[in-house]
Design a protein around this ligand. Sequence first.
Ligand SMILES: *[C@@H]1O[C@H](CO)[C@@H](O)[C@H](O)[C@H]1NC(C)=O
Ligand SMILES: *[C@@H]1O[C@H](CO)[C@@H](O)[C@H](O)[C@H]1NC(C)=O
Ligand SMILES: *[C@@H]1O[C@H](CO)[C@@H](O)[C@H](O)[C@H]1NC(C)=O
Ligand SMILES: *[C@@H]1O[C@H](CO)[C@@H](O)[C@H](O)[C@H]1NC(C)=O
Ligand SMILES: *[C@@H]1O[C@H](CO)[C@@H](O)[C@H](O)[C@H]1NC(C)=O
Ligand SMILES: *[C@@H]1O[C@H](CO)[C@@H](O)[C@H](O)[C@H]1NC(C)=O
Ligand SMILES: [Ca+2]
Ligand SMILES: [Ca+2]
Length: 534
Amino acid sequence: MSAMFYFTLVFFCLYQTTLCQLSFDPGCSFSNGQCIYNVKLGHEGQCDSAGKRATTDATAQPSTSGSSSSGLQSCSCKDIDGLNANMNTLWSSITKLQNNFNNLAQELNVTQEQLGMKESELAALLTDKNNIQALLTSNELLLNKSKAELASTVETLNKELDRLRATLGKTSDDLSVCKTSLNMVDPTHTTPVLYGDFVTHYCDFEEGTNCNYTIESCTGSAECWYKGTGRQNVYSGPIEDHTLGAPSGHYMFINPEASPPYHSSTTTSSAYRSARLTSPIFPPSNNYCVRFWYTMHGSDTGSIRVYAQVGGGDGYPVYTKKGDVDKDWHMGQIQLDSEYTASPFRIVFEADTNSYRTYTSGHDRHYNLKGYTSIDDVYVYNTSCSNVPTCPAGSRRFTANNVTSCYSFHVTPKSWNDAVKVCKMEAPNGHLVSVNSQKEQGFLYDTISNDASLTYAGTNGWYTSGNDERNENHFKWTDTGYPYDLNYTNWHMGQPNNVGDVQNCLLLQYRDAKYEWGDVNCADKHPFICEIHI
Ligand SMILES: *[C@@H]1O[C@H](CO)[C@@H](O)[C@H](O)[C@H]1NC(C)=O
Ligand SMILES: *[C@@H]1O[C@H](CO)[C@@H](O)[C@H](O)[C@H]1NC(C)=O
Ligand SMILES: *[C@@H]1O[C@H](CO)[C@@H](O)[C@H](O)[C@H]1NC(C)=O
Ligand SMILES: *[C@@H]1O[C@H](CO)[C@@H](O)[C@H](O)[C@H]1NC(C)=O
Ligand SMILES: *[C@@H]1O[C@H](CO)[C@@H](O)[C@H](O)[C@H]1NC(C)=O
Ligand SMILES: *[C@@H]1O[C@H](CO)[C@@H](O)[C@H](O)[C@H]1NC(C)=O
Ligand SMILES: [Ca+2]
Ligand SMILES: [Ca+2]
């Protein structure tokens, strides 16, 4: 019996905590599960009392504000600062609501699991069935009621978030119209961009189906795309795949060693072979944006050509890259207009090589096999490239050592590989966070400890991009696909310790020691932080 009462108490404490967190959310107060929302729209700015911009901001050009009467008549500097302040207020409200929402969603699940556990314990311990039944029913009623209230709070929050996003979108539009009409561009303030109604078809080539990309069959001496891990050849890139940046990640490459033709001379023109990797069919839209990562390295590197195949025909390439670049991963971007995208189409990645070997008196004399071309992490968006936001909604910006990034905190625990995938979906240059300085560590710690729901979610640590799968006890940051050494470190005493020989992932592990680091098993599930360099 005491077990059930204890549990009920715990449950209500959780529930109360949630309400408390929500009720000090500025602007949002709760009564009967209803969110009463009230945004205070700030109007502070840097304009003087006459409504002129009183700054030395070189990009605000007073001379052009006179000519702005040809644009928005009613738009003044004061309006801009007002809109700016409104937007920041809305934006921070959305972030808070989003965190509370995630927290609530998690608590609902935890509660259901706990209930199942305690019920079975009780059933085994107590013998008086009638009493138990009555007790269970009365507690179940209580719990059902609480669950329903939680569910309705979640729903209310969800609606509120949608409404705020819409308002923010509109304010953001107004601001940019206003700024454009005054010919003002402020490079230090980047308007948060909202996700539009586009979808992303993303392929990291980790699964066997290759996301329905097909490899042209290669017979005889034809060239072919292969799936690879790690480094194929000391003369060539890459050293790891682009997604995980670790030995278990995969990418596609053409293999000049597969069946290089024999040549009696060094004339390589007849050694030419090409290979194709063809996407599934994409449905029509006004525009498409394609982004992909490639390496091209080696003295005999050929080229990559990308086609947008409409009907049966290739047309001319929409993207071409030729020759030896280097061992690093680079991003290619293609903007496709409606001439290509008005009807269903496919994307074709074609790569070629001239590698060959010479043959003299029955012996292979020379292998000329230095021309690897690889691709990984292909993004196909059914909108134009300029519509795809650089940073996900709700992320936070921070600059340390001249590097600005946006960071998003994900409270639902995932394995390291699954967490990387979430970060990759956010942006082509997204990955788990790499903590490169004391400043960055401090920013992460401050952000988490200033937010009740992040503090609560991060009890058992946050994943970073640090990984030593390649070389035990040589942790590297993996965010670029070209793993690099930890310069700054912040290990907890006694860490890393590779307990059980299975700890290859770097966790911001010790909350009570300002998130000093430890190594853990990458299969363990933890909340995680994504970082996008901008
Ligand atoms: C609840 O748990 C189930 C199964 O564990 C999971 O599929 C689902 O996403 C969870 N829901 C939330 C809101 O966390
Ligand atoms: C509690 O909710 C469950 C599922 O919604 C339902 O099956 C059960 O009958 C409810 N219990 C009581 C006591 O109302
Ligand atoms: C992108 O595709 C999705 C799903 O097919 C569709 O709902 C959306 O309207 C499309 N967006 C554009 C801009 O075409
Ligand atoms: C691949 O094709 C199958 C069958 O048409 C479809 O169910 C699946 O969603 C596709 N996968 C991707 C990643 O497009
Ligand atoms: C940051 O960049 C500026 C201008 O490029 C340079 O003057 C400054 O030394 C850099 N600071 C650091 C810490 O690298
Ligand atoms: C590592 O840190 C030191 C000292 O902060 C700095 O001088 C050096 O440039 C850093 N190296 C890299 C590769 O960031
Ligand atoms: Ca990959
Ligand atoms: Ca450890």
